[in-house]
Write a protein that binds this ligand. Sequence first.
Ligand code: CJB
Length: 833
Amino acid sequence: EAPAETETEAPATSHEHTRTGMSKASLKQAYIDNLFYIQGRFREVATPHDLYMAAAFTVRDRMLERWVKSAQVYKSSRARTVCYLSAEYLLGPHLANNLVNLGIAEVAQRAGEELDLDFKAILEEEEEPGLGNGGLGRLAACYMDSLATVQIPAIGYGIRYEFGIFDQIIEDGWQVERSDTWLRNGNPWEIPRPKISFPVMYGGHTEHYRDQAERPRVRWIPDMVISGVAYDTPVLGYGVGNVNLLRLWKAEATESFDFQTFNVGDYYGAVHAKIEAETISKVLYPNDDPEAGKELRLKQQYFFVSCSIQDMIRLHLNTVGPLETFHEKFVAQLNDTHPAIAVAELMRLLMDDHAVTWDDAWATTRATFCYTNHTLLPEALETWSVALFERLLPRHLEIIYEINRRFLDEVRVRYLGDEERVARMSLIDEAGGRRIRMAHLAVVGSRAVNGVAALHSELIKTTLLKDFYEMAPERFHNVTNGVTPRRFIVVSNPRLAELITEVCGHDRWIRDLDSLRELEAHADDPKLQARWREVKTAAKRDLAVWLKRHAGVLLDPQTMMFDIQAKRLHEYKRQHLNVLHIIRVYQRLKQNPNLGMVPRAFIFGGKAAPGYYMAKLMIKLINAVAEVINNDPQVNGYIRVAFMPDFNVKNGQRLYPAADLSEQISLAGKEASGTGNMKFSMNGALTVGTLDGANIEIREEVGAENFFLFGMTAEEVRRKQDEGYRPWDYYHGDQELKSDIDLIASGLFSHGDTNLFRPLTEHLIHQDPFMVLADYRAYLECQDRISTVYDRPAEWDRMSILNVARMGKFSSDRSIREYAERIWSIEPQPLGA
Ligand code: CJB
């Protein structure tokens, strides 16, 4: 039974509404009501999931009023609005985050305690919407949080995948994928909007005709029409009244289509059509996967883009009016090339449906879109075969050809006689089967192009988009990525948040991360250092408990340095370089069991794309090395290895607070930015890293003396590649390197099987495209320095405090402000909490 009121407080009903009131009494009453009236349960029979749902509805109710208010204000002020077009949103659990942003985390916890609820267990119950692969999808989610917090009117558009990123389990050391059924128990955070739905067409042919005014027009006669239905999720800013909208589209069969088929008596045909339509938003494609080149993926991209642009036009006509001002009302950010077809879609809708001329439509389109590039890796640069386009999107192919024709004429006039340049810049790659270059479409159709960290943005200008940069340098920008401190400090690491607030004497830092600088003055204070260390150790203890249970590995949070690499598995991220270091330490210990060394827990987390063989083999290698080391009593008091299964946002939140050392060891020039690097550092981990992506800027901010740098620069990498890189020479030139690789090949980690890891070791010795061997020695030396410093706690703690103190730049609030000022030209629309 619920304990009696402990504080003198007015009963909820006397002064505030139980659906919106924020007092403890209101929250308690609302919770009990929601449990009963929505879940149909009372405490005695409620399942853990019922208890979670009641909490979710209690919190959601408190967001709705702000949401409606924001929508009204934005509408009546005709506020300029950002539309973020992204195929991925890796949101993570909503409940804790919304409690924090509403400012009721503490009172809700107390209300829960008085209702005798296990608050932690309720938070654990939430299944996260994993509607993204990794960094790019999580960035979109951080940006939604910051857009609301810095009070910029925004709509996030995307796909409501029925199955998000697969769940990873580890069996016999291998990754096994399980489908992510995140919707099976319902999603309390979304509101279906069946009335907001749009037709989306595929296939068929086009007809050219003249309209009544004798203007040349085109109509598209598709052979398939489906419909996209809106599902809305409110996104509340921290400490403000602004609520933005995340609108995700679900694919359904159109009613009329069903009905027609039904009328001619083809019942099974109608059902089949329904299934085919619903397939389009069924599943998220993993990146780095050959499957991602498939027709269904292009259908998905076009599906959500078409719904979103139709919705924008509807909103514009409803609120502002004439389409000439569309680009004044909206700016649309293309999150990588996945939504790049939007350029052709807006052209089509303006010309074919709204009779706008080519020139006017092009001016509007060009003024509407901006494009963010997230990678230089050639395999991730999207192209689609012309044949596929012709079959699926015949009208868009015509438009793309016309955009290209006009654009290449400009290039020809600008660079007389330079036909090679024309071929390089064309939207169509004519070599080896004609393909459409989506990045070129995005650049040509946008007003601004940006990379995601300083180095990356420079490399865009000098390599990938060099010709485009030469032609219009003023359109190229950098906006360094950021992450939200709400989720990645306050929600993930409440102990650290509390300590920071106490030391600073305010909690303003949560939305003004630069004010963490106030910690600098205390970096040498032994009392703060001791408490800092306690906070870290407590987080390590939590992680150790979790890993014992879910990975079966016992780690000692008291004595061991927690050395963590958590990110997607990819050769360029070089998890195998980390493994070579582990094997080196292992061999040293075997040779000298009395070697005094800093004990370390090497912890990994990350998913491999299901079709990426080498990445999956790397997971197996990590687990194979773990099995040998963890069971070897000669070494396992000093080193242990753990692989966290199913690294996602929720599990990431367990890792970031617990890390002493953050591994950011990609080959320089390959990691566009990285954002995990920021999350770790914000939680007091020191970074071992290369001069790649945002590592460079993190090092600049925290100070070179507080960052463990190793390895070649991007420039050195390029030179070495030009000279002809020979990993073989490194292998034979370094005894220890050779012996580490040979140990893998010997079968020690594979029960004598000398074939299992051969593809990996041979690839390293003969190709090594990401130069693991070239950076090996520098990495080892750096790791030795790290161990030395870790042995001097006062020094380490000081560095850790300074890292946190100087992370202000990496708040996604700063990124969003830069986009707003430099790219979008949009002003905040403040709404009070
Ligand atoms: N990124 O996650 C993805 N998926 C892609 O297809 C291309 C790039 C990552 O985007 C992050 C956000 O910008 C970057 O921090 C990261 O370096 C990049 O790999």
